[in-house]
Each structure stands twice: as C-alpha cells, then as structure tokens.
Design a protein around this ligand. Structure first.
Ligand code: NAP
Length: 898
C-alpha cells in the first residue's frame, strides 16, 4: 500500500477527516518548493506544498520593493533540470527584475501543472513527529492538519523579516513599508518626505528609485556595504555564447564550481601582481558588473587573506570617493569595519551617485544612533527628522528564522527544534537534524545556500533528497535520521571551512549577528558548491554515512561516522593529487623524484615578499654548502633560525620550502637561513646530520656578519629536515656548542621503528606513504646504523636539550613518532609544546597559501620561536589588527570581531 494510503487509514481514523494524508509535505512554493513538487510527483510520491502566500514565488513573491532584482546573472539564476524549460524561457535582461522572476516561477508552475498540489494561504503553525505512526503531523493556520511521512522545509534563507528593534515604530502616523513584505499595489513617493532605514542589498536597490520620486529622501545607515555597479542591460554576449555553445557542459561546470557559477579557479595571488596589474584586473571587473566575477576572479587570496582583501577593498573605496562629491558623505559610505565579501556585497544601479542629489541626505547612525521613532518621524541622538513615509530595509532573521517560525517542530522524544538549536543551528549537511526523523531542509544552515548561486544549490539539494527517498522506498526503509556523530562532525567541518574564509571577521546575518540575542556562528557552508556536492555523493557511496535508516521489514542500517575528517583544503589537495593518478614517487628513482618535486614546487604559488632573500654558501665539513637567507623587512638585527628542508634526506634543496621560510620569517620577524645539506643516496648517513650541525655552528659563529642577533640561534625543520634539526640540538649539546635556544620540529622523523599506529593508519592516501618512507630510509641509512641517535634522535639522550615545539599532523605516517619524541623530551625535563594538527597531512603546515587552514599552526610556530628568542608575544585585537598583519587565532578574531 503506498505510504499516503497507510497514512490515510491511520490518521483519518484517529484525527478526523480534516487531515490530509500525503507521502511528502513541502513547505514553501519558491524556487525550491516548486522543483521539489515536480520531482516528487514524477517519482510517484503523493505530495502537497503548503504556502503562506497566495501564489508561487517565495522570496520573489514578497520582495516587491522598487528596484528588486536578482544579483546573480539571470542565465545562471535559473532552473537547469529540464533543457526544454531552458529553451522555452528567455530572460530579457542580465539581471531580471522581481516581476520578471515572478513571471518565470509562475511559468514553471503552469508548465508542470504544479498549482493543483499547492495549498496557498496556508501557514504551518506546528509540526510533530509521531514515532508510532512514523509520520509528521503538521498543523495549519486553518486548523486542518497534514499527515506525512516526510516533511521538507523549503522555506528559503531570507524569508522571515527581522523586526527593526527601534522604540516607537508603532507610534508613527505616516506610511510604513518593509522591503521584505512590500504591498502589491504601487507605492507612490511623489512629493513625500521619505526615510529609508538600512543599507543592505534591499536598501541599496530601492534607494536610487525612491530618490527619483521623493520630495526628500533621508537614508539612515548603520553599517555601509560594499556595492558594485550592476551594469545591467542585455545578458553579456560572452556568457550567453558559453551557455548556448554547450549548455550541458556549462551547467555541469556550474554544479562543480565553488559558487555555482562556472568561473575557473583563480590562481594568481595579489603579491605576484603589480599595482598596475591589479588595477587593470579591478577596472575590468568593475566594468563587468558581476559579483561572482569580482569575488572570485581578481586574485586568489582576496577571499581568504586580509591583506589580499584589503587591496581590493581600497580600490572599491576609491571608486566611492570618485563618485560621491561630498567627502564626508563619501567617507561615511566607505566600509572599513569588514573585509570585502565577508558581509554580503551588493549590486547597485546608480547607488552612490544618488547621494549627489540635492534631495538626498545620508545620516550616519554610527555618529548619531536612532533613539526613537515618533508619530511624525525619526529622532537620532543629535537631530529630529520629520517624514511622511518610513521604509524599513532592515533585513531578515536569516537562515533559521523561517524554519523556527514553525513552532514548535517536535522531533523524537518530544524535543523541539528551538530547544535543540538554542545555541545555534546544528545540522548534518544543512539538510537534516539529528533527532528529527524524515525532516529535510532545503538550503538549511550548513548548506552552501546564500554563499552560492541558490538555483544551483537548490537543485542539488532537491535531487539528493528525492533520490534518497526513492532509494529508501526501494530498500523498504521508512525512516531516516542523521546521527549525532555525523552532525558533530559536520559542525567541525563547517568550523574548519569557516577559518578558510573571512566571513568570521564581520558581524553579519551570515553569522546571526544582525538579530539581537541570536547565537553567533557562520551559518552557511563556506567550503563551496562543488566540494559540497562531492561530499553529499560520498555520503551515499559510503552506505549513507552518518544516517540511521529503518523500516518495518528490513534490518536497521547505520554506518556511523564523520564524512569529512580532513581539513577542507587538505581534502581538495589530496583529491587533486588522487585525480592526477601519479605513480608512486619512489618509482621515479632519486633523480626522477627530484625533478618531479622541482616541477611540482614551481607550480605552487610564490611565497610572500620578505625584506630580502640572499643567496650564499657556507663552509661545510667537506666543501661549501649553499644557503638562502630570508631577512624580515623590519629593522634588525634579528634572531636567527637555521632551517632544514624536508625531502627524506633525498629530495629538495635550500629553496624547496621557500614559501614556508618566507611565511615564518614574516610571522616571527626572524632571519631564516635555509641550508642546502647533502643528499642520499650520493651521500648517505651521517652526511645530512653532520652537514646540519656544521652549518648551524658556522651560522651561529657568523650571526653578526649575516645581520643577525649574535648569541644563541634556533633550529627548525620539516620532516627529514626536522630530524636534522633535532639531531643538531643533541650534537650541539654534546660537542660544546653552538648555543641553541629552541627547536621547531615540524612532522619530524625521530625513530627507525615502523610499527607505531600512524604508520599503518596513514600508510597510503596522504601523499607521504609508508613505502615512500621505507625508500627514503633505505637510500639514506643502512639497517645497522638506524638506531644511531644521529638518525633516530628518539634513541638518544634527551636531557639538557633546548626547549621545543613539536608539530604533528593527524594523517601523517610520522605522527606517532613525533608525538613520542615530544613526550620523551617532556619526560626528560625539556620544556616542550605540542601542536597536533587535526585533519592535516604531512605537507599541510608547509604548503603555505595552498593549505590555508595551516595558518593557525604557523602562527603558533612563530609565537614559539619568539618565545625561544625571548621576544614578546604579539597580540591581536580585531579586524584592523588582523589587517595590519598582527595575527590571532580564529577564536580571538571571532571574539574581537564581535
Ligand atoms: P541586510 O543585508 O541585513 O541589511 C539590513 C540593513 O538594515 C543593514 O544595513 C543593517 O545595518 C540595517 N539595520 C538593521 N536593523 C537596523 C536598526 N535597528 N537600525 C538601523 N539599521 C538597521 O538585509 P537586506 O538588504 O534585506 O538583504 C538581505 C540579503 O538578502 C542580502 O544580503 C542578499 O543576500 C539578499 N538580497 C538579495 C537581493 C538581490 O538578489 N539582488 C536583493 C535584496 C536582498 P547593519 O549592517 O549595521 O546591521
């Protein structure tokens, strides 16, 4: 018997004939609800859509304010599930107006005969999971109920308008409008004194048009937004040609892109471009009028790095100053308190120029906050403004507001969603919530949603959910529920992704900061549309990882676990390497592996500028050794760190960890001398160790000549280089110098034993494999020599060694020997700090600007070096400090941003 009939027989008997039994109830008839209804019906699910408005359209039904348009190009902001539909509809403009988008959604509803299953004017007042019946019971504002096995919230991210939180709104005797609930009849502003409160996307679109009509317009701005000219008109010929040239491929590229719009990934970084080149790129982007383009195509670091971002932000502020004639108004309109893109940037038509009109006044609420609204207007701390009309463009209780508006939603065990989300929304994939069986959200918190082309994200979610319902039906499962483990893992992955971008540095509706009392945290998934899609696919291919499935006649299925344990950028790097299907590095032979590494390094982004980089040679034990000296731009003399590169004693050279050396040189304010020690198999054990020691001694003796601070030096290294650094400390202690004040050991080789768990757990799949390590050992050191402390420092005497920071990575075969060394140092009385980098692999911390989530680890390293050198720690206060290069942990940044 189909689900709906089972439901009918149960619920009608118990609850009376006002209950509508269906398989699936969908709330909302916007982009998501319409597509859901179409797909669910085609799949044979009895479906009803419940919609509060009296027609389809969702956000485009409610937001009818003057100037309302999409700000993703219309050719991208469209359904792609049916090529026939694509052919049947042609947009008239690059960015369609609200009426045109509403017509489109009406056209879609008619084309697939959707309205007959939509109950308009129907609001859900409560939703309760009935565990015995395995059904949701939805109560509506009309008193009727709907009984459904699956309940899907397609309520949109920006559909619950936020109250303006200003005293006296109700006292105002003039006209009041909310952009998010605009009346259907035309609103006339002619001859009126109008106030607009709010300068987000809605205000910025409406202000120029209201200004054209009003006798006087006063704009009340609390925080200025970054806005770019839409340059609207016909759709750009190049984009249309791309789409029409190969529609299927264009759409597919969009599905796998980061934003849901098919632009390539930008690789050039800001510091590789000259001022003129950056300006040229910026001017081109400005002329294009395309948010996604400017957010992704200028330089790769602008969305992830405060310095790269600040360059772009300043270019935009320059445009504002060039457009707005009154310098004070221009200054007030120029955002300084958040990185570009961290708060939703806007597309405008004539916005900044509107402030040159004589009938427009900007009130900077940062200087004179609103104190109250009265019968006749608005009072600030300094002035009184009498107005006839107030337009509230004050935004939404975003992402969670519309979901929580159904209250209560009661899941398993009688727990309500508002209880479960009291400290912020928790979801698995942004689609489901543990404890709420058979409940799905389309673009819920945790989905790429508002950071993507919504049309693409919605289609992905709809397809994924409907495909799961079909698969469950085929397998005989009747319930699905996310596990707590999976949900907690998703929260961690979300947080990891959020450290990648700059969204955490702004107080925005993305983080819940616009609603007083709302829990704070970056709510949308910041890891990108394509990665998100691949994760959802992986959940399925791993037997619905993180879901419990049950049914009356089948065994319960639960493959519990976390879907992403790697850091997001590590996952991308490893997937990219896996896609390259490279043969094992050891199969190239030593020369081939060296050539490969050189080529691989050449393709990586260049390291950042430092004060200067000097090439030199120093006398080694058997002839000169090359070195590279990285000097900070700050006045010296600086403490010196002697650095040894990684490469298994076989590969690499003084240049191969260049980005890492530059990064630590900048962060610590110290000279880094990267030493080119001799390699195996030409020079076997103990050459590398003895070269390392000899180089350190020479550098310490010549510190002043090198421009460094005389006295103790520090040593640092990565992988086999960390092995050399550790050994150098032991040799220096035993051979009477040089004086070493600290050792930084990053993923060190410390022992010749291969039976620790990490050697097995991470034997393959994380670039440095167990067999590659065997190969390195074989080339460098015969089995008889391996227990010598000059290659296995863990077997040496550890008392009296310099203080240390030992960094290890979770997915590294060398993890456990690094931890063992740190533990052994501590046991020997050496002050030691451990950095266990969760979700990272062997190369993570040195892959500067590729593995951005390694930043906090490098910050910790720089702090440790400063401590070793007896220098003061650096403190960060907030965004301006971050922008000025004073770094902080993500936690510090978040709290400072608040
Ligand atoms: P918004 O971006 O949240 O902007 C609300 C504005 O109102 C902000 O300037 C805010 O200042 C201000 N505000 C809120 N409460 C206030 C108060 N009590 N006193 C003074 N000012 C107050 O909302 P929105 O403009 O409606 O846009 C929301 C999102 O919808 C956009 O970011 C975008 O994603 C989407 N949208 C898209 C389009 C489009 O596609 N073209 C158009 C409209 C909206 P603070 O910043 O200081 O809080």
């Amino acid at each position: 018997m189909p689900d709906a009939m089972v439901a009918a027989s149960r619920s009608e008997a118990t609850r009376g004939s006002t209950t509508q039994p269906v398989d699936v109830a969908v709330v909302g008839a916007g982009f998501a609800g319409l597509h859901l209804l179409h797909r669910l019906r085609k799949a044979g699910f009895a479906t009803v859509v419940l919609e509060e408005a009296d027609d389809v359209g969702g956000t485009w039904y409610w937001n009818r304010y003057p100037g309302a348009r999409c700000d993703i190009q219309s050719i991208d902001y469209s359904y792609s599930f049916d090529p026939e539909l694509e052919r049947a509809w042609k947009w008239s403009e690059k960015y369609a107006t609200q009426p045109e988008i509403l017509r489109y959604l009406g056209f879609v509803a008619d084309r697939y005969d959707l309205r007959r299953d939509i109950r308009f004017g129907t609001r859900i007042t409560a939703a309760t999971w009935d565990q015995d019946a395995e059904h949701w019971r939805l109560t509506t504002n009309h008193g009727e109920t709907v009984s459904c096995r699956t309940y899907i919230m397609a309520t949109g991210c920006l559909s619950a308008p936020k109250p303006p939180e200003i005293d006296g709104v109700k006292d105002f005797k003039g006209e009041v409008y909310f952009t998010g609930r605009w009346p259907h009849q035309e609103v006339k502003f002619t001859g009126k004194r109008v106030a607009v409160i709010g300068t987000g996307s809605s205000g910025i679109q409406a202000i120029p048009l209201i200004a054209e009509q009003a006798a006087h317009l006063t704009v009340f701005q609390r925080t200025p937004s970054f806005a770019l000219p839409a340059q609207n008109g016909v759709a750009p010929a190049d984009r249309v040609a791309l789409l029409e040239g190969d529609r299927a491929s264009y759409r597919e590229q969009a599905r796998w892109s980061l934003t849901g719009v098919p632009y390539p990934q930008q690789t050039a970084v800001s510091w590789q471009l000259s001022d003129a080149e950056r300006r040229e790129r910026f001017d081109e982007a400005w002329a294009k009028g395309d948010l996604v383009y400017i957010l992704t195509q200028l330089w790769a670091d602008q969305g992830v790095d405060v310095d790269g971002n600040a360059l772009l932000a300043e270019l935009i502020r320059e445009k504002i100053r060039a457009t707005v004639k009154d310098p004070e108004t221009a200054a007030a309109l120029s955002p300084h308190d958040h990185p570009f893109g961290a708060k939703r940037p806007c597309l405008d038509s004539n916005y900044y120029a509107t402030y040159n009109r004589s009938n427009v006044t900007l009130v900077n609420l940062r200087q004179e906050p609103i104190t109250s609204i009265t019968a006749s207007g608005i009072n600030t701390e300094k002035r009184r403004f009498d107005v006839d009309v107030i337009v509230f463009a004050t935004g939404f209780d975003a992402m969670t507001g519309a979901i929580m508006a159904v209250h209560p939603i009661t899941g398993r065990g009688g727990r309500s969603l508002s209880e479960v989300w009291a400290d912020g929304p928790q979801t698995y994939l942004g689609l489901t919530v543990a404890g709420f069986l058979n409940l799905f959200m389309i673009t819920g918190p945790g989905s790429p949603s508002v950071l993507s082309n919504m049309a693409v994200s919605i289609e992905q979610h709809v397809d994924w959910v409907v495909d799961r319902l079909i698969a469950m039906r085929e397998a005989g499962f009747t319930t699905i529920e996310a596990t707590e483990t999976a949900q907690a893992g998703w929260a961690r992955h979300m947080a990891d992704c959020a450290t990648l971008t700059l969204h955490r540095l702004a107080n925005t509706w993305y983080t819940g900061a616009n609603v007083p009392g709302k829990a704070r945290g970056v709510m949308p998934y910041t890891g990108g549309v394509g990665p998100y899609r691949s994760i959802c696919n992986e959940v399925v291919s791993h037997d619905m990882l993180g879901f419990k499935l049950s049914g009356p006649n089948v065994a319960e299925q639960c493959n519990d676990g976390e879907i992403v344990r790697l850091q997001p950028d590590v996952r991308l790097v490893l997937n990219m390497l896996a896609d390259m299907k490279l043969p094992p590095l050891e199969s190239f032979g030593a020369k081939g592996a060296r050539d490969f590494l050189a080529e691989f390094n050449a393709a990586r982004p260049a390291g950042r500028p430092v004060g200067e980089v000097v090439e030199g040679t120093l006398p080694g034990n058997d002839g000169p050794l090359p070195y590279l000296l990285y000097r900070p731009a700050t006045p010296g003399p600086h403490p010196i760190v002697v650095y040894f590169h990684g490469g298994g004693w076989v590969l690499g050279d003084q240049q191969s960890d260049d980005p890492f050396c530059r990064d630590l040189c900048r962060r610590s304010g110290m000279i880094f001398v990267s030493v080119g020690y001799r390699h195996a198999p030409e020079h076997r054990f103990p050459t590398a160790a003895e070269d390392g020691y000899a180089a350190t001694r020479w550098i310490a003796e010549h510190a002043a000549e090198l421009g460094g601070r005389p006295g103790a030096v520090m040593v640092a290294g990565w992988s086999a280089g960390a092995n050399i650094a550790a050994v150098t400390c032991q040799l220096a202690r035993d051979r009477g110098g040089p004086q070493i004040s600290g050792q930084l050991l990053v993923c060190p080789v410390t022992d010749c034993s291969f039976d620790r768990a990490s050697y097995n757990d991470n034997a393959t799949g994380y670039f440095l494999t167990r067999s590659l390590m065997y190969w390195f050992w074989d080339l460098y050191c015969s089995p008889a020599d391996r227990t010598d402390p000059r290659v296995s420092p863990l077997r040496g005497k550890l008392e009296g060694l310099p203080q240390a920071l030992v960094a290890t990575c979770e997915f590294d075969p060398l993890r456990d020997e690094g931890v063992a060394y740190a533990d052994a140092l501590a046991a020997a009385g050496v002050p030691v700090e451990q950095l266990n980098a969760r979700g990272h692999f062997h190369s993570s911390l040195t892959m500067v600007d590729v593995v951005i989530t390694g930043v906090s680890g490098r910050v910790q390293m720089a702090e440790a070096l400063r401590r070793f050198a007896g220098l003061a720690a650096e403190n960060s206060q907030g965004y301006e400090d971050v922008r000025a290069g004073r770094t902080a942990s993500p936690h510090q940044i978040a709290s400072a941003a608040e």
